[in-house]
Write a protein that binds this ligand. Structure first.
Ligand code: HEC
Length: 94
């Protein structure tokens, strides 16, 4: 009985730490971006005066289009990391 209690406490703690993790890893995103996204454009498209992306939703949509063109499939966490990198570094949407 006591062992069961300890196990469930430990599991609860694990779940709590997982939730506290930040949503995305910008450093991993930067590496993924460098490896996959600079074949057609450099980061200048994100900072040019007439850049087209004006919201986080638009960024997600553009990401889907561009990721599709890379002909690679990214996992949800890779997508999150790259989006976080783009937003932290260039777009700064809330
Ligand atoms: C096959 C070519 C290609 C690849 C590979 C590619 N893109 Fe793009 N990307 C484009 C084109 C074309 C545009 C539109 C440029 C324009 O509007 O002048 C664009 C525009 C963008 C924009 C919008 C910039 C703005 O604010 O105006 C974002 C964000 C973007 N790409 C992200 C990515 C990411 C992230 C990846 C890697 C997953 C990627 N792209 C890979 C072709 C590509």
């Amino acid at each position: 009985m006591r062992r069961l209690l300890i196990v469930s406490l430990a599991l609860g703690l694990l779940a709590a730490t997982a939730q506290a993790a930040p949503p995305g890893d910008a450093a991993a995103g930067e590496r993924l971006h460098a490896a996959n996204c600079t074949g057609c454009h450099d980061t200048g498209v994100y900072t040019r005066k007439d850049r087209r992306i004006g919201s986080l939703e638009a960024l997600n949509l553009q990401f889907e289009t561009c990721a599709h063109m890379t002909k690679k499939t990214f996992t949800p966490s890779e997508v999150r990391d790259m989006t976080k990198f783009l937003n932290d570094r260039f777009y700064h949407f809330k």
